[in-house]
Design a protein. Structure first.
Lengths: 266, 270
């Protein structure tokens, strides 16, 4: 029933993007986002779009699947596009009664929607090609320097790992409980707003109870394996920058420079 | 998950007919499609292709409420669905959804509680302060109180001790005999299936591998093991004995029958 959320789900593969170090991917995603916010010329954004499409091709993730996953976001993009189109002052191109479409509005709409689309697409490439566990490993390593100011980096990473690890479990659990209650005649998510909110009680209470039970079990399991936080802890997967990462980063820097160049020159 | 890289055919070319008042067992390896099949029976899942009629209702039709009244499914670990303040209120949940009048509701709850051996004092406790076996009985009562014509039990004995399992199945069998309901039991335990079911449907990789009486199915021996299932311990023993005493049948699956046959041979031997 609620399994149709595909945005950000890991898709196994063996492409260069899949094999790259998670730190490389995190750094690239963040810098690409910064680049996206710097540029506001439509041509630079189109160049960025071509780049993102190329990365999707290399990673072997089907466009159809990626677009389907982005569906909920697409509605927001369409909404802002329409708002921008009608409510920007400037050179009037078309009049429809009180509403009018301006040249500036059209360009602004295109820029904003492309930017939002690219932001989400680039972040989703990262999650499509990296397992959540490696991703948190990468975040932990990248945030390592913060340990100096006593920031609990390891604990944060562990919490993220656990949270990510339990998303599918909780989705399964919710699905199961919803089915069990539906089999008893519950209509979940129907009726007016109040009835709808109330109809979720038979799902939420068992879900909370089982989450607490799971958390408790997990804590016991961790302690019985002598888990005591980051102190003296080694890692099973040791992250290493390889030649591949250097190559990918090099290409990425050239492309970003290219996009910025397009922005400043045109 | 249609149209995604995770798409998978869970059920393929499944065709069967269940008669009213049958006690059928559905067995199969993990992931063989048992639970998927069962969830189609009350429209929780809908088939992409093919047809399914349950108790005269098309499961893809709009009468889901009517359908769910007739088919009661007890899921694995049903105690995980308890949520009300008291056991009584939890059993009442389904009845309230069916708008059943106060008087009858009360009577049905008390009757079901008696059948499931839930005491008066337990009815007014929170479902979170009773024991595991009691929770299981309370949750099953929440389904039975709806008086389904078809009762589906998905691994009802998982996590119960032997005596709890026996108690539960004694209740189910007596219900089956007295109220003439149809029972579908999904299980991994060949012993349970052999002891209670009158018909066994073997599933493998989304298909029906075999469909017959317990002695037919357990007589297949090795074939069952090939698809990751086994036969009851007693059937294994009888098959071994068959190597020495050819007159011993290989398709025995209850301890009582085995006792009779072995006893017969021993007496003759003297």
């Amino acid at each position: 029933m609620i399994r149709n959320i595909t945005l950000g789900q890991y898709l196994p593969g063996t492409s260069a993007i899949h094999r790259a170090d998670p730190r490389t991917k995190i750094i690239m995603t963040i810098s690409f986002m910064v680049v996206l916010f710097i540029v506001n010329s439509i041509w630079a954004l189109i160049a960025a779009l071509v780049f993102v499409a190329a990365v999707f091709l290399i990673s072997g993730i089907s466009f159809k699947y990626a677009i389907r996953g982005m569906k909920p976001v697409l509605y927001i993009i369409i909404f802002t596009t329409v708002l921008n189109m009608f409510f920007t002052d400037g050179n009037v191109l078309l009049r429809l009664g009180p509403a009018r479409i301006t040249e500036e509005g059209l360009i602004l709409a295109a820029v904003v929607s492309l930017r939002v689309f690219l932001l989400i697409a680039s972040a989703s490439i990262m999650t499509y090609t990296t397992t959540p566990i490696t991703l948190t490993d990468g975040i932990e390593k990248l945030m390592g320097p913060l340990k100096v100011i006593k920031f609990p980096v390891h604990e944060m990473a562990m919490m993220m790992t656990i949270a990510l690890r339990f998303i599918p479990t909780l989705i399964d659990e919710t699905d199961k409980i919803m089915k069990a209650q539906a089999a008893r005649g519950a209509d979940i998510g129907t009726g007016n707003l109040l009835q709808r909110a109330r109809s979720f009680i038979p799902v939420l209470i068992p879900l909370f109870v089982s989450s607490f039970r799971r958390a408790d079990d997990l804590a016991v399991a961790m302690e019985s394996r002598c888990y005591r936080g980051s102190e003296g802890r080694t890692s099973m997967r040791i992250l290493k920058f390889k030649g591949l990462d250097v190559a990918i980063l090099g290409i990425f820097i050239i492309i970003c420079a290219g996009i910025l160049l397009v922005h400043y020159l045109i | 998950m249609k149209g995604t890289p995770f798409e998978k055919k869970a059920l393929d070319n499944v065709s069967m007919e269940l008669k009213k008042g049958e006690f059928a067992a559905l067995i199969g390896h993990t992931g063989s499609g048992k639970s998927t099949l069962v969830q189609h029976l009350n429209g929780l899942l809908k088939q992409d292709e093919g047809q399914l009629n349950v108790a005269g209702l098309e499961t893809k039709g709009r009468d889901l409420k009517e359908l769910r009244k007739k088919v009661g499914i007890v899921f694995q670990y049903p105690e995980h669905q308890l949520f009300e303040e008291t056991v009584y209120k939890d059993i009442e949940f389904g009845l309230l959804k069916q708008n059943i009048p106060d008087e009858e509701r009360r009577k049905r709850i008390l009757d079901t509680a008696a059948i499931m051996e839930i005491s008066e004092s337990m009815l007014h406790k929170s479902p979170y302060e009773i024991s595991g076996g009691q929770k299981r009985r309370a949750a099953i009562a929440g389904i039975l109180v709806l008086e389904p014509e078809i009762l589906v039990l998905d691994e009802p004995a998982a996590g119960l001790d032997p005596s709890g399992t026996r108690e539960l199945f004694d209740i189910v069998t007596s219900l089956y005999r007295e109220k003439k309901i149809t029972v579908i039991l999904v299980s991994h335990s060949m012993e349970l299936v052999g002891d209670y079911a009158s018909r066994i449907i073997v599933m493998n990789k989304g298909r029906i591998e075999h469909d017959g009486t317990p002695s037919e199915v357990f007589g297949m021996g090795n074939k069952l093991e090939e698809i990751g299932l086994g036969v009851p311990q007693i059937t294994k023993l009888m098959a071994r004995l068959n190597e020495y005493y050819p007159e011993i049948a290989r398709d025995v699956y209850t301890i009582e029958d085995a006792q009779r046959i072995i006893g017969g041979i021993l007496r003759r031997g003297r």
